[in-house]
Design a protein around this ligand. Structure first.
Ligand SMILES: O=c1ccn([C@@H]2O[C@H](COP(=O)(O)O)[C@@H](O)[C@H]2O)c(=O)[nH]1
Length: 271
């Protein structure tokens, strides 16, 4: 998917919501547990209930890889079920020496039809480059993550700058805002303004609202750019909103609340 197509979807749906399909078999409602294809059936119901409210789905591959071949099959069926105008993210956090990254890119962009993949930048340019060689596909590089451990390296100074600042300024030269995004945690509110100064044009994938306590308002008010420039992810807060038979309706209700709040911020952007 191109940047222009993504921006059009955001405008059309008045949403920059990314629903996270972190489908944990132990949290699937009891009535689906015995289904032979429980993960896919759960995802299908969530997608049907939320597809008009979001512009992206993020599949965290760990929740699928944990089940071996059956998990990969559920991941493939899920990504193929998502309507093609919705941006798909393989949250796989890959990155290795160049020829290995090339195989990861083939796995997620050719064997599986994802629009994008999350990538760890620690191994440098040759580890990220293979993900940037595909037209209409995106690398989403970890910038400043939402977790506590972000302070171990990302928020350590290397000279004058934080390591994450160096990552943003260096990695942004490897691709363009047409094929490169950054992961910025919603829990890192005090850094949003600074982050936007370093990378004014890029889209950010923003996890950390909902279960991790980050604020949709803060990220929206401090880090939107003229094209919106945000995909805000919520996983557990949406997909496990009820944990019961009505899980899809409950997911829709929470997704709708996020979407309605997003519509307000988008209106402000256009006025
Ligand atoms: O910095 C990061 C990078 C990735 N994640 C992932 O996003 C979702 C968040 O799930 P919630 O249930 O909404 O907390 C999950 O897949 C993480 O692995 C992140 O949280 N922070």
């Amino acid at each position: 998917m191109t940047r222009q197509q993504l921006v059009e979807q955001i405008k059309k749906k008045k949403s920059y919501l990314c629903v996270g399909l972190d489908t944990d078999i132990t949290k699937i409602p009891a009535h689906l547990q015995s289904h032979p294809d429980a993960i896919f059936e759960f995802n299908k119901a969530i997608i049907d209930a939320t597809k008009d409210l979001c512009v992206s789905y993020k599949i965290n591959t760990a929740f699928y890889e944990a089940h071996g071949l059956k998990g990969w099959e559920a991941m493939q069926k899920t990504v193929e079920y998502i309507p093609q105008e919705i941006f798909t993210i393989a949250d796989a956090k890959r990155g290795d020496i160049g020829n290995t990254s090339t195989q990861y890119a083939k796995a997620f962009f050719e064997a599986l039809p994802f629009d994008s993949i999350t990538v760890a930048p620690y191994m440098g340019e040759d580890s990220v480059a293979p993900f940037l060689e595909y037209n209409g596909k995106w690398a989403i590089v970890l910038g400043l993550t939402s977790n506590k451990g972000a302070s171990d390296f990302e928020l350590q100074k290397t000279g004058e700058a934080y390591l994450y600042e160096k990552v943003l300024s260096t990695v942004s030269k490897w691709g363009s805002p047409e094929n490169l995004m950054f992961v910025i945690g919603a829990t890192q509110a005090e850094e949003f303004t600074n982050i936007r100064k370093i990378t004014p044009d890029h889209f950010y994938l923003v996890p950390g609202v909902g279960a991790q306590g980050g604020s949709l308002k803060d990220i929206s008010e401090k880090a939107m750019n003229k094209d919106c420039g945000l995909l805000v992810n919520a996983s557990r807060a949406i997909i496990y909103a009820s944990g019961k038979e009505d899980f899809a309706d409950a997911a829709r209700k929470v997704a709708q609340e996020y979407q309605q709040e997003m519509a307000v911020y988008l209106d402000r952007l256009n006025n």
